[in-house]
Write a protein that binds this ligand. Sequence first.
Ligand SMILES: C[S@@+](CC[C@H](N)C(=O)[O-])C[C@H]1O[C@@H](n2cnc3c(N)ncnc32)[C@H](O)[C@@H]1O
Length: 326
Amino acid sequence: MKVKELLFDYINPDIDYQIKKGDSLTVLGKIEDGKFDLILTSPPYNIGKSYETKTSIEKYLETQEEIIAELVRTLSDRGSICWQVGNYVDKGEIFPLDIYYYQIFKKYGLKLRNRIIWHFGHGLHASNRFSGRYETLLWFSKTDDYIFNLDSVRVPSKYPGKLHFKGPKKGLPSGNPLGKNPSDIWEIIQQDWDNGMWNIPNVKSNHPEKTDHPCQFPVELVERCVLALTEENSWVLDPFSGVGSTVLGAIKNNRNAMGIEKDEEYCKIAKQRIKDFNEGKLKFRPINKPIHKPAANDKIAKIPKEWLELEHINGNGKSNGLNGKH
Ligand SMILES: C[S@@+](CC[C@H](N)C(=O)[O-])C[C@H]1O[C@@H](n2cnc3c(N)ncnc32)[C@H](O)[C@@H]1O
């Protein structure tokens, strides 16, 4: 007789998670001081996305500051805030939001540990400026005694065979057998761990985690922050939790998590994703999976015949490289 396999319970029963529907400021007001070891979020950027009403940058930052004051209060003494932002754009002028946010966090006594560049290979093509291909993640700690588990996020060394060439360790391996520090650039390159950078694709429509949310975090990005900046059983908060990517990245790694989101539909999707995860049905882009790079003979990598014809017609002596001359 064939024995039916038991359903594996993915979420550790000792792990607590909550998706709270409501306004962040109001919900935070009911939370005790020092609860969270990590607050990781991507706040609204005030650029008129479906979930926000665009206002002046001054008014926007004033509202955000009220929330930040509450976040600092609910952050533990060993805790960190990771604030992931891009640009606010007004009449074609860009305002890098991390510049504005930095001053607010400093005012509340937080210390910047890294300004991480999250580089992604795809996005809108700009016509009046260079296309934007990165956003930043500001990592602040509340005190100097902060949680930082570098060993849990090390990446393989590029040259593990490198040796000390002088001194008492001459001839011995110079690297760390656990791998090297992944650096402050999380870049989209083909072999992420091989290249020693954190290579996290933006969540676009062909990504296995894509939902209806217009700007969702990759769970991979969350996991790296969670593993490095919290301990098992820590509490993690996302005060603008959208479809619950932070909550997922936390519970997947045995951390307790809370998400606060004002939009009912996003809360529903978040709960469904957690349920799917618990039933082993949620699709994740596995951490460390190399980004797909088309082979030279894939249709998408080939120069369209229309462009080759253009080269021929223009024939102005300047090669654009399409015909192999440089
Ligand atoms: C940039 S998105 C975050 C997406 C999220 N990282 C994810 O992976 O799904 C910002 C979210 O904040 C929510 N939001 C904006 N203002 C809020 C507020 N005052 N309280 C709670 N949620 C808010 C929006 O509805 C939106 O889903």
